[in-house]
Design a protein around this ligand. Structure first.
Ligand SMILES: [Zn+2]
Length: 259
């Protein structure tokens, strides 16, 4: 067993010894069309019996995508069209701060209703902004636009709590976007997970900042760019955690407190 898996198992054992269980959840982004990688993702979720938050791009989403989708898969709204509207040189973003607020809200409303239509009403009122970026001004308008939840990357921001939104983020990205654009490797991915788990267990992170011990840890995947190593990692992660009393894989609806 690699040192990375050993460290992960050791951290899980610490949770077990403390009589606690850590909450994990799984989000996969960029579903829109039927694709062999999407079929593989859904088959993996079913085989592992792990609930999945599938972030679907509303524009162009195929109705066939949602046929026979089990209840363990929650559909989340991944922006509107996943187009980059950031100024040249800025980080990619579908909803930059320079965007006219009413235009952004109108786009969201249209996308939300088309996603509800194509999914037969099963999309949760949860927004997953592309590239995990959404300006604060828009965040505070989301509840008024019918959203109950938001999911970005990293520790939850105070702005969403103030806005009356449930923010449930992802923290461990499987993909090395700046380098290989494939699996980031066991050492990097498990290292990140172990740091988050240890911080939740201690109530503070490595630099001493207070951490909400109850914040679930989100694993982020992108089926369309998975190489074999990414698929193998996910399968192994589910195998090792599936039977562990120290891990609870939570359903997105439960986390966002939605029926
Ligand atoms: Zn995306």
């Amino acid at each position: 067993m690699s040192a990375a898996w050993q460290a992960f198992d050791d951290e899980l054992a610490r949770w077990g010894e403390a009589g606690r269980s850590v909450d994990f959840w799984w989000r996969d982004d960029d579903a829109c069309r039927e694709h062999p990688a999407l079929s593989r993702l859904l088959a993996l979720a079913e085989r592992a019996a792990v609930p999945l938050g599938l972030a679907v791009i509303p524009e162009g989403a195929q109705a066939g995508l949602f046929d026979n989708l089990p209840a363990t898969v929650a559909v989340l709204q991944h922006g509107c069209d996943h187009a980059n509207r950031a100024a040249a040189g800025d980080k990619k973003c579908e909803f930059p701060e320079t965007d006219v607020q009413v235009d952004a809200l109108a786009r969201l409303a249209k996308a939300r209703s088309s996603l509800m239509a194509v999914t037969g009403g099963r999309a949760l009122p949860v927004l997953v902004p592309p590239w995990n970026r959404l300006g604060d001004r828009l965040v505070i308008s989301l509840p008024g636009a019918g959203y109950a939840g938001l999911s970005r990357f990293g520790a939850c921001k105070v702005s969403s709590a103030g806005a009356g939104l449930v923010e449930i983020n992802t923290h461990v990205d499987l993909i090395d976007w700046r380098g290989s654009r494939g699996f980031a490797g066991e050492a990097a991915v498990l290292g990140r997970a172990v740091r988050h788990m240890a911080a939740r267990r201690d109530g503070r992170d490595a630099s001493g900042r207070r951490v909400d011990g109850a914040e679930p840890i989100g694993w982020l995947s992108h089926h369309l760019v998975h190489d074999e190593a990414a698929w193998a990692f996910l399968a192994r992660l589910f195998e090792r955690t599936g039977g562990s009393p120290a891990v609870h894989w939570r359903h997105p609806a439960e986390l966002f407190a939605l029926p």
